[in-house]
Design a protein around this ligand. Structure first.
Ligand SMILES: [Zn+2]
Length: 469
């Protein structure tokens, strides 16, 4: 079993606080509600000790502040029962802001992945061996970065294999060139879909085990002796939030207790299956480039007119507007950094800035380490540039494009991140990147309200109590 636990960065990038979200009543905001319905009970019941899971950094940092006990439960559950090897924990890393990596610039992919791995290391106290790719969106260049960063495995949807009839009952390796490879475990489509989307299937864990899981293990097995596995990968929020009481279902399924006789299969984790085995031991296979788990049209859901959306025409212009902003921000930030850093150093500093966001290093300590001979003003300037880069990365969170309409909270949030980044750089360099962003946002229209993106942007700022002119 694998649970993908993720919520976007919901904190307002200006105030650092989550604006109250009335739709989450009786809770203050969605994070608080999902915590009460899902994260907390699953941690308390010990479910995480028996499953694989990834806890997204943006959610984890909220949890550490607002429910430290549950956060500790997620951290402690990484140590699998009865396994001493710290390389084979239950938890997987996640790339930091949940951007769709095949749509990102190469440097952004590297930063997002490095931040995710480093956040995991700081939080869980070990180097991660596996990473969850946002929306499992994948291509070979992304896998190559993972291999370069010594990531051993990831999870993909079965339709992300190039071979459409691939047997998902065992892990595979993907060759990446230059002697690099990565292990991929494709989840079981039918089991995962029934757990996620058929609420009647998960009414009773014993029935689920007997009627749905057991048949996976009744065949003749693999001739080479590889144990048959079946991975059920879902959103972690399924268990108690998307579907009530499924935290109890999960508890019964993964830890039935001594009174339950042999069910014909064991519960294990992805880390335990692939952690101790060299990648070369798995059969080779190939991935389908630029695919994902929640769009059957590659990665169109986050960039263009995915056929599942009633009207996805706003998505392309939104991405283009933010990409133009990102390019402008990078040029201006790189130019300003040239006053006190050698060329390229800003981007290496960006890759490590996650330590400041995590709180492992003070901002001033970080700046002193990178530019020891600089003036106080220059150190402050460096921190402004890195803070702008942080929100510039955050503005590509996949949530901004996931839903049907840009007037939603999630799209407004990526716009706020863009505003924060633009204002920081405009303030430092006396540029007008925000003005160009607002112009570019007029190129998209909300299908429901027929207002353009610049009106949505101004609404988002005004909701957040920020000046709009
Ligand atoms: Zn689609």
């Amino acid at each position: 079993m694998h649970g993908h636990f993720y919520q976007p960065e919901r904190r307002d990038p200006f105030s650092g606080e989550i604006v109250p979200q009335p739709a989450a009543a009786p809770y203050r905001d969605w994070n608080a509600r999902i915590d009460a319905e899902c994260y907390k009970p699953n941690a308390e019941r010990g479910n995480l000790r028996h499953i694989s899971y990834d806890l997204g950094p943006t959610l984890a940092s909220w949890m550490a502040t607002h429910d430290a006990t549950t956060h500790q439960g997620f951290v402690d559950s990484d140590a699998p029962l009865g396994v001493g090897d710290r390389d084979t924990g239950n938890a997987m890393a996640q790339s930091y802001h949940h951007a769709i990596l095949p749509l990102a610039a190469l440097a952004d992919r590297r930063t997002e992945i490095r931040w995710g791995l480093r956040d995991f290391d700081l939080r869980f106290g070990r180097r991660p061996t596996g990473i969850w790719l946002p929306e499992t969106a994948v291509d070979l260049p992304t896998l190559r970065i993972l291999a370069d960063e010594r990531v051993k495995y990831t999870i993909l949807a079965p339709w992300q294999a190039a071979d459409t009839r691939l047997d998902t009952g065992r892990p595979y390796r993907v060759e990446l060139g230059g002697g690099r490879q990565i292990v991929v475990i494709f989840y079981d489509a039918e089991l995962s879909a029934s757990a996620s989307f058929q609420s009647d299937a998960t009414m009773n864990a014993d029935d689920f085990a007997r009627e749905r899981i057991l048949p996976r293990f009744s065949g003749p097995g693999f001739r080479d002796g590889t144990p048959v596995t079946a991975l059920i990968a879902t959103d972690g929020e399924l268990y108690g939030h998307h579907q009530k009481f499924r935290d109890l279902f999960l508890a019964r399924l993964v830890n039935p207790g001594p009174d339950v006789p042999d069910r014909g299969f064991d519960i294990t984790t992805v880390g335990a299956i692939v952690g101790g085995t060299p990648a070369g031991a798995f059969l080779p296979t190939q991935i389908a480039e630029r695919t994902s788990w929640s769009c059957h049209h590659g990665v169109l859901r986050w960039t263009a007119e995915c056929p599942d959306a009633a009207d996805g025409r706003w998505k392309g212009p939104l991405r283009a507007a933010l990409e133009r902003l990102a390019a402008g921000l990078d040029v201006v930030a790189g130019g300003l950094a040239g006053d006190f850093m050698e060329p390229g150093a800003l981007w290496r500093a960006r890759d490590e800035y996650v330590d400041v966001i995590f709180g492992a290093e003070s901002p001033d300590g970080f700046a002193r380490r990178w530019i020891p001979l600089a003036t106080t003003e220059q150190r402050e300037r460096l921190l402004v540039l890195l803070e702008a880069e942080r929100w510039r990365l955050a503005m590509f969170a996949s949530d901004g494009w996931f839903w049907d309409d840009p007037v939603r909270l999630e799209t407004k949030h990526v716009m706020l991140c863009a505003a924060r980044a633009a204002r920081l750089i405009d303030g430092a360099a006396d540029t007008d990147l925000e003005g160009r962003l607002v112009d570019d946002l007029t190129l998209l229209t909300s299908p429901s309200r027929r207002i353009d993106g610049s009106a949505i942007y101004l609404e988002a700022l005004s909701d957040a109590g920020q000046p709009v002119g």
